[in-house]
Write a protein that binds this ligand. Structure first.
Ligand code: AOF
Ligand code: ZN
Length: 350
């Protein structure tokens, strides 16, 4: 097994970024073993379209097809065995007579779950699993969380002052992070299926939750807000019908324009119900942008996967002694720290 080829397959997989959800990102490299020549490469470009293996096979020149029995397909995920929007990749690899298949991760999708490997083995193809599996899990953290925990991957994002404040007194909005950080957040928004804010933030910040500061970043995500008793003004930017918006509440279930009101049971905890509904809607990832109450309720429920914290050099305590709202306490393990303009971005993972 050659790690370099799997590294290449992982790199190819990332080319599907922004278009794959709710599928995983998958890459495939086909290598002729005796000559170590790459015969084909492919990746899953877009949800609903051809899988990585098919694209890799399609890229093999007709005169090279005879070399496939002496070749290895390096695939970042177990080849599928089911008929979904696409025919099974395992069948294609068998039909083309590929000699060996090396994979990074097993497919957690219950429709596949080991049957892809079984099909290949039954056809006499050598299968090897787990090459660079940690890298593969990191690449598709959203997909694995979605499949294994049956809820979207949750990123909690906030900006805090150097003295630990997230907002002014009573949640009054204060610009804490710098312009580069704001642009970066708009880019992140395009990468995720949904962006969420709480009732207070919707009211006080009146956010639009789109990607306007980063033209070309990609699609605008679905917006999510909790408004238990439907007290928010329908004139807020969130309800301007420019993007799909989900409003979770206790009072009604209906769709008006691009806004869908989803009724929750007031007798049950809100977040698990909301996440179960997002799972049904196949929303694979959510970026939670505040405010403090909402962020803290995700933290208290242990329902999060990443914390992304911007720390700015500004101070609030000095100018408004004791009059600010404190940021949540970080948890998990620090996995990266980098400067973004004058701010410092730290990412923590569970
Ligand atoms: C692969 N190669 O490149 C991808 C796979 O509806 P479909 O047919 O697109 O199937 C989607 C499922 O197939 C998805 O949930 C995951 O289990 C697997 N994705 N499998 O062999 C690929 N993208
Ligand atoms: Zn497939």
């Amino acid at each position: 097994m050659n790690e370099r080829y799997m590294q290449r397959a992982l790199e190819l997989a990332t080319l599907g970024r922004g278009h794959f959800s709710p599928n995983p990102m998958v890459g495939c490299v086909i290598v002729h073993e005796p000559t170590q020549r790459i015969l084909g490469e492919g990746w899953h470009q877009r949800y609903g379209e051809a899988h990585a293996e098919r694209n890799a096979i399609l890229s093999v020149r007709p005169e090279d097809e005879a070399l496939l029995p002496e070749s290895t397909a390096y695939v970042t995920l177990e080849p599928c065995s089911h008929v979904g929007k696409q025919p099974p990749c395992a069948d294609l690899l068998i039909e083309k007579g590929v000699g060996r298949v090396v994979c990074c991760n097993d497919d957690p999708n219950p429709l596949v779950g080991g049957q892809g490997f079984q099909k290949l083995r039954d056809a006499g193809i050598t299968v090897e699993r787990g090459l660079l599996k940690e890298d593969g899990r990191l690449l598709n953290a959203r997909f694995f969380t979605f499949m294994e925990k049956q809820r979207p991957y949750i990123m909690l994002k906030w900006a805090e002052t150097s003295d630990g404040f997230i907002a002014g007194e009573n949640g009054r909005p204060v610009q804490i992070s710098g312009p580069l950080s704001q642009r970066l957040v708009h880019r992140w928004r395009a990468d995720e299926d949904a962006i969420m804010v709480g009732t207070n933030t919707a009211r006080t910040d009146n956010p639009r939750l789109n990607v306007r500061l980063f033209p070309g970043a990609g699609k605008n995500p679905t917006r999510i807000v909790i408004d238990k008793y439907l007290r928010l003004d329908t004139g807020l930017n969130l309800f301007d019908n420019t993007q799909p918006t989900l409003c979770y509440n206790f009072l009604k279930q209906e769709t008006v324009g691009q806004t869908t009101y989803v009724q929750l049971d007031p007798g049950q905890p809100v977040l698990p119900q909301l996440l179960a509904d997002l799972y049904q809607r196949r929303i694979q990832s959510v970026l939670v942008e505040g405010g403090t109450t909402l962020l803290q309720s995700f933290i208290d429920a242990g329902l999060w996967d990443e914390m992304r914290v911007f720390r700015s050099p500004t101070m609030l305590g000095n100018t408004l002694p004791g009059a600010g709202l404190k940021a949540p306490a970080v948890q998990g393990r620090l996995t990266s720290r980098q400067p973004v303009g004058d701010d410092e971005l730290s990412i923590y993972r569970l």
